[in-house]
Ligand binder design. Sequence first.
Ligand SMILES: [Zn+2]
Length: 376
Amino acid sequence: MAETQEENRRLLAGIRSWVEIESPSTDADAVNRMVDLVEGSLGDAGLEIERIPGRDGFGDHLIGRTPWATNEAGIMVLGHLDTVWSMGTLEARPFRVEDGKAYGPGIYDMKGGAYLVCDAIRTIMASGDRTLLSITVVLVSDEEVGSPTSREVIETEARRAKYVLVNEPARPPHGSAVTMRSGWGRFRIRVRGRAAHAGSDHRLGRSAIAELARMIVKIEAMTDYGRGVTLNVGTARGGTRPNVVPEEAEAEVDLRFADPAEADELEQVLLGLRPEGEDIEVEVLGGINRPPFERSEAGMALFERAKSVAADVGLDLKETWAGGVSDGNFSAALGVPTLDGLGVVGAGAHAEHEHIVVDRLCERSRFLLRLLRELD
Ligand SMILES: [Zn+2]
């Protein structure tokens, strides 16, 4: 018991040091400070490091490989070092522990999980015992904005892997692993009408807001919970002042789906939106960002394997579906057995109450270490 508590304390201290390096996806210098730290840590442990320079204003991506080769494809461990939190969040909401929960920006999604991976790798390397399969750790820096610059890196490595383990947050209520995720698409709709004086020239105006409003009603009506399809118009704005017929209006749509074929159809419908009114222009940008992570036989076999490893360390591992996406969507869509949600237990991803459960760090860490050692 005392030993477990000591281990929880040790892991938490490490996670805290990562949380205290802020790393918003949109700040390449900040993310790269985090990448520097992890690169040093994995390099010192003896991994072969490949650092892929960032582009388009994003940070670098990091690949670390165990120096032993096997004849078989290996394990890819996938995660991200960026967070959704802007610089300065830490000052406003510093790391703190309260009632057994540790709070801090990005602690649950997913500095905690990424730290556990690096800790497990350090343990493996220090032991001198090779794992049965080679391990490739891939940590990217733009996951929270849809992985625009890392997708290719992820897919290239995933194609070479036998299994992909993703250390995104474990899911409530019991720290479940994730065997299925929705796909995701994002669209921006721009409407341009014609401005006019709302009093004297109303009939000459073409209201962009009225046109957008009709579209919003149509878009929201395509939601079908039974088929796992949701469309959310998450932002809408337009116009300048009450006495002007609005010339411009704009909205952003978030699409979630379970079936890729259906997603293609929905994408066509959204990209093909046309104005009902005359003299109005509509432009739709965006598209499907991540394919769905479908529950597969091979993926479930990997889960069963993980479940039995978990049982050996006294952990009753469950599996669940998640509405949110991760980079696991990319590997799963390639047909590579992927098991996600192997990170820390907690709640509140992307929310102010984001936290992890300190008492469960040790069991998660033991489970991960054993899984990396036993997979063959
Ligand atoms: Zn995440």
